[in-house]
Design a protein around this ligand. Structure first.
Ligand code: FAD
Length: 500
């Protein structure tokens, strides 16, 4: 309610926000979790909560009147279509040089992502978070994060024979024949449920292509893990369809937080003001960076570090497809949850996930999302004339990622006598170099914050999400975001809460 005083206000309910809410509540703190997206806990008219990937509707996109599918074309046909404007689940947020895909709703990115739960190789950790003790992370916080997230592994025997992973086995075979290391990667999707889907015993979700617009079954999103446990404490209040607009020091201590309530058309229906002793920015790399950049520039938080808004990277994301020979079908049934990684990070700066292309028909295509060691970093700035936050990313910077991905796929194509698909991102276009799924940075640890995420310039303000990570994690990011949040909140609870 407007005028309320709360001990801790958390902005955003993704990985960082969910960890913060649970651990603060367990320490006895009353937490108000504010989320701009919907709750995603009520079935729509068709009886399902989430829209299917192949049949996008108003639920699929955040305030767009036309879908913006990451794979825009197929066999020469554009895939996008008109949808009613709605506070849907996937935000395709456009900046001048890049479209950043993000989850919107209670659970953040966990609602829409591929569930791949990858821990970086320890020898690479020093490059991921140079000022964090790797021993502590690998002995304590990574295991804690994996347990909290419900990470599980596919049964290798089942995987070897499953129709729905034919595409992954073709990807493995081609990696192997070119001499690239590969591995089965864990996931948060419940593989026991998936086996029952394949057997025809339960409603299909991953095997019905569900991923980008939510999974109706089987996926252990944050709603089912950290957030469920947070609610069980009885100390966490969640406000969906509420967007934080401002945070500024309050006259009598703490912070005044201005919150806008939204309707499902995205219109503001009310403005509320809450006073919070502590505020945790967990709006995601882009959300947190945008807020901090705006609040510093407009005078609400003028003492924030000049580093806030800097050090943003795209985790080197780039996509491509390959056209296989007719003797290498990838299957008309494809599990939407990826399980195979090709690891050429050491030699070529690329880690590729063999991604599904769940079209329901045989495509003879192999599809990949590569994470590459792209060195470019962008900065968020406030444009006072348009009153928007801009990002300095340049499209041309992706060329470095393309070169690293080519270290994998040029060799595979040569060995197999195959070619790239040119129909997935437009006409005669090989590389999906216009987007990222993995925004990272903008409130980098030990630059914009101290070593546990306290924002420099203000006592009681914290960043605790992907914004802390300086642009790259060498693999898919959410396990690292969760583990870092576990580390930081433990130290914050042990020191800051004791003092007040
Ligand atoms: P988020 O999860 O983005 O959460 C931030 C939350 O804050 C959102 O719910 C947002 O709506 C809310 N918010 C933002 N601004 C405000 C505001 N002003 N007021 C209130 N609320 C606000 N990663 C992997 O590791 N493995 C994968 O397989 C994988 N697949 C992916 C597939 C897709 C399609 C996408 C989009 C991402 C994928 N990711 C994957 C990335 C992963 O989901 C993100 O790295 C992760 O969600 C980031 O966590 P976070 O806590 O930083 O922020």
């Amino acid at each position: 309610a407007s005028g309320a005083r709360v001990q801790a206000l958390v902005i955003g309910s993704g990985y960082g926000g969910s960890v913060a809410a649970l651990r603060l509540a367990e320490a006895g703190v009353e937490v108000h979790l504010v989320e701009m997206g919907m709750a995603w806990d009520t079935p729509d008219a068709d009886g399902t909560i989430f829209a299917n990937t192949t049949r996008p509707d108003r639920r699929s996109y955040w305030l767009r009147t036309r879908t913006k599918q990451p794979l825009s074309n197929f066999l020469g046909f554009p895939l996008d279509k008109d949808v009613p404007r709605y506070t849907g689940i996937l935000d395709a947020e456009d900046f001048s040089g890049i479209t950043v895909y993000q989850g919107r709703g209670v659970g953040g990115g966990s609602l829409v992502n591929g569930g791949m739960a990858v821990t970086p190789r320890r020898e690479h950790f020093g490059a991921v978070l140079p000022t964090v003790d790797a021993g502590e992370m690998y002995d304590r916080y990574y295991p804690r994060a994996r347990a909290g997230l419900g990470v599980n592994e596919v049964d290798p025997d089942w995987w070897e024979a499953a129709d729905c992973y034919r595409y992954a086995r073709v990807g493995r075979k081609h990696a192997e024949r070119s001499g690239f290391p590969h591995l089965l990667v864990p996931n948060v999707y419940d593989f026991a449920y998936m086996e029952r889907e394949a057997a025809g015993d339960v409603p299909r979700s991953a095997l019905d292509g569900e991923i980008l617009y939510g999974n109706n079954h089987g996926k252990r999103s944050l709603q089912k893990t950290y957030l469920a446990r947070a609610r069980e404490t009885g100390r966490v209040t969640v406000s969906p369809l509420h967007r934080v607009a401002s945070v500024a020091p309050a006259a009598d201590g703490g912070y005044t937080v201005v919150i806008e309530q939204l309707d499902t058309g995205g219109q503001r229906t009310a403005t509320k003001t809450v006073t919070a002793r502590r505020v945790f920015f967990a709006a995601g790399s882009v959300g947190t960076s945008k807020l901090l950049t705006k609040l510093r520039a407009t005078g609400a938080l003028p003492a924030l570090s000049a580093e806030a808004g800097k050090g943003w990277g795209d985790n080197g994301n780039v996509m491509c497809g390959r056209a296989n020979h007719l003797w290498d079908p990838t299957g008309s049934l494809q599990s939407a949850m990826p399980t195979l990684g090709i690891d050429n990070w050491g030699a070529g700066g690329a880690f590729a996930e063999v991604a599904p292309l769940p079209t329901g028909i045989e495509t003879y295509a192999s599809f990949y999302l590569s994470i590459t060691d792209n060195p470019h970093r962008a900065e968020f700035t406030w444009n006072a004339a348009t009153e928007t936050v801009e990002l300095s990313w340049q499209r041309a910077w992706k060329q470095r990622s393309v070169e690293m991905a080519k270290s994998l796929f040029d060799r595979i194509n040569k060995k197999e006598g195959t070619i790239y698909r040119t129909d997935l991102f437009g006409t005669y276009k090989i590389w999906g170099d216009h987007l990222t799924y993995h925004p990272l940075g903008g409130a980098v640890l030990d630059r914009a914050t101290d070593n546990v995420g306290r924002l420099r310039g203000y006592e009681g303000l914290y960043a605790i999400d992907g914004s802390l990570i300086p642009g790259n994690t060498t693999v898919n990011p959410f396990v690292t975001i969760t583990a870092l949040a576990e580390r930081n909140i433990e130290k914050i609870v042990a020191t800051d809460l004791r003092m007040s």
